[in-house]
Ligand binder design. Sequence first.
Ligand SMILES: C[S@@+](CC[C@H](N)C(=O)[O-])C[C@H]1O[C@@H](n2cnc3c(N)ncnc32)[C@H](O)[C@@H]1O
Length: 282
Amino acid sequence: MKKENKSKMNLSQEDFGLVQSMLSQRVGISLASGKEYLVVNRLSPLVDTFNFDSLHGLIQTLYSGNNVRLWDEVVDVLAVHETFFFRDQAPFQQLEREILPAICNESEKAGREIRIWSAGASTGQEAYSIAMLISEIAPHLCKRVQIIGSDVSSKVLQSAADGVYRKFEVSRGVSQDRLDRYFEPHDGAWRVKQSLREMVQWKKFSLAGTWPTLPSFDLVFIRNVMVYFKPETREALLNRIAPVMRPGGRLVVGSAESLMSYQHPFQLVSSMNATYYTRSNG
Ligand SMILES: C[S@@+](CC[C@H](N)C(=O)[O-])C[C@H]1O[C@@H](n2cnc3c(N)ncnc32)[C@H](O)[C@@H]1O
């Protein structure tokens, strides 16, 4: 029985190669050689859930492209969704003291909405952290702010939209004061209050695929996402992001995601122990 199960979950090098190329082509994620164990561990439970005879059968169906639900599940289990509120602190301090005040000022002068994109938003903590800061810096502008949180995984987006976080999740980054202001108790967990939830819209699409029509953003957060992409995918992505930003718009990437080796229309700004980029005018 054990032996049977082992062969059922066998992963040939050919099948591993297929998973690598599907992930790379369809969602841009680069899965290094040596990660065979990860594919076996994460995909094996789906073999039974979707009634396949073997891992090989599951991968063949994936390759045929005929089962969208299966593909969604596979991307969901293979992508890294780690996130938390006010992640890394320094970029959020810079956001609070420098970037958002400047954006609020510009938008007030021009009498227009503020548009922000959290790309690769995972379960929503990043987008809600930004929403909290705006509520604090410019409460009068909250109704004129549109934050879009996007991800390739429907599961994480559903949980972002629900806005329900366990105690340990809020304890990672949310102060007691912010917990009192922005959350309410919900079945032993905490739910983001409606006023904050209403500031964010959630959209499912792959950064490596076709994008929906997007507004012109004042600020794009794309943190801890490109790190999973190949260099050429990162460069292409940066050059797709620039046109959906206002001239002078700000771009924030993860601390391990320097843009130094790529051709792109952004200029680096360093301040307050953090960095961001501005889109050049014109
Ligand atoms: C590690 S999380 C980062 C979350 C948040 N930005 C942060 O820094 O805390 C990366 C997220 O990017 C998403 N992602 C990966 N590839 C993607 C793609 N091609 N298109 C859209 N989202 C993607 C994953 O599903 C995951 O939820």
